[in-house]
Design a protein around this ligand. Structure first.
Ligand SMILES: [Zn+2]
Ligand SMILES: [Zn+2]
Length: 424
């Protein structure tokens, strides 16, 4: 018996990665288009970072973190999400001083120790953006616009955007008290955990996986009552979305399952993932930077799951991009010519033409099969006759024609015919 991947983790094989690369490429291209710059933070962080930011009473921190003590006894966590790390980096490197308004994006693996189920992984992958250093409603609009733009270009077009405002800390305290009073009469129906949540952090009842708790909480959850300042901010966000043609629904209140959110929160749900399943989600977190030791600046961001984006795109019938034929395959007719062929392969590669060959002196037929598998556009045959005439036989697999090309002009000819973008 050989080894296998751990439950909840997957290998991404080359065929599958074609789709992944397209998403990653789209994220990088569009994030840069909107003025965001890439940041990469470590996969491991101090455990207390997430206790302080995501919140000690959240499911993520209490049940879903891979947490362990290293040999020195320090509590370490495999990062369960991206925002806390990005804000930690922003504070640690004083990006407020060097970047001012820091617009950052990331791509990478995240880890949650949940029980694996359909579409949930213990190692999963997210991309996200964080706009740190502004409280302007236009940053909220920009972040939501970018989120939707990326999804559409990734083929997730059948989506609904849900926006709400959780208000400032004062508004949240008021709404929490209201929800607590609403839930009090149902206390006996709630699970034991939720009875404790009622006192400590009533919004967590909304995340409970027990159907009864979930139903009661959502039935009683009203829209957050906002102070004047928060109401104006939320109005501006909605106006900005409307003016820019981004359709949204603001009729449902929701509290996101992380403690750091304030003000605008949003979720993008995609057809094909089920009612509760967001493909991307985010919001404003105006106190997090300060709480992690940085300046008192506003911030807003979102994160999206790459596995979920691909699943939604698949359900919505988006075609996997077909790779077009490119580059050349050098086929040699006997082992003595491998060295000569290899020189051509290297010369082509140096000039930016995708090139490969077989080193086992296989039959010409099986070399053609391999060329086809490698999606080569050309096969150049190098045999004794070709050496005598100092010209390769070049077959164009797309057009089906064949011609002799002198050795001296062979590389130039292929550079010309394949263009500079022969390798993607
Ligand atoms: Zn407020
Ligand atoms: Zn419960």
């Amino acid at each position: 018996m050989g080894f296998q991947t751990l439950r909840g983790t997957t290998d991404l094989l080359p065929d599958e990665l074609t789709r992944w690369s397209k998403v990653e490429h789209t994220v990088r291209r569009l994030a840069r288009l909107y003025g965001y710059r890439e940041i990469r933070t470590p996969l491991i962080e101090e455990a207390s970072l997430f206790l302080r930011s995501v919140g000690e009473t959240t499911d993520i921190v209490q049940k879903e973190m891979f947490r362990f003590a290293d040999r020195g006894g320090q509590e370490i966590v495999l990062r369960p999400e991206g925002t806390a790390s990005v804000v930690r980096a922003y504070v640690e490197h004083s990006l407020d001083k060097t970047e001012g308004f820091a617009k950052l994006f990331y791509l990478g693996a995240m880890f949650r120790a949940e029980r694996p189920q359909a579409g949930r992984y213990r190692q999963f992958h997210q991309y996200g953006v964080e706009a740190i250093g502004s409280s302007s409603p236009w940053t909220d609009v920009e972040v939501i616009a970018l989120c939707v733009h990326i999804l559409r270009e990734c083929g997730v077009t059948d989506i609904s955007v849900w926006v709400a405002s959780m208000g400032c800390r004062k508004d949240q305290a008021r709404s929490a008290e209201e929800l607590r009073q609403q839930l009090e009469p149902h206390k006996s129906t709630l699970c034991q955990e939720c009875r404790a949540r009622l006192e400590r952090n009533v919004f967590r009842v909304l995340d409970c996986k027990q159907p009864d708790c979930h139903a009661i909480a959502w039935k009683n959850m009203k829209l957050f009552s906002l102070c004047d300042e928060c109401a104006v901010h939320f109005d501006d966000v909605r106006r900005g979305l409307k003016e820019n043609g981004i359709a949204f629904d603001d009729t449902q209140s929701f509290a996101r399952g992380l403690d750091y959110y304030t003000g605008t929160v949003f979720e993008v749900r995609a057809k094909g993932l089920g009612a509760q399943d967001a493909v991307a989600a985010g919001g404003r977190y105006n106190h997090l930077v300060e709480e992690l030791g940085g300046p008192a600046v506003g911030a807003v961001g979102f994160a999206a799951g790459i596995e979920r984006v691909l699943m939604a795109a698949g359900h919505q019938g988006t075609k996997t991009p077909t790779t077009s034929r490119r580059g050349a395959y050098i086929a040699v007719t006997n082992a003595a010519l491998i060295g000569h062929g290899f020189q051509f392969v290297q010369q082509l590669r140096q000039r930016g033409v995708c090139a490969t060959m077989d080193y086992e002196a296989k039959s010409l037929k099986s070399q053609f099969r391999e060329a086809d598998k490698a999606q080569a556009q050309f096969v150049a045959i190098l045999g004794e006759a070709e050496v005598k005439q100092r010209a390769v036989t070049l077959k164009d697999l797309e057009k089906g024609n064949q011609e002799a090309i002198p050795f001296d002009s062979f590389v130039d000819t292929l550079v010309q015919r394949t263009g500079s973008s022969s390798c993607h």
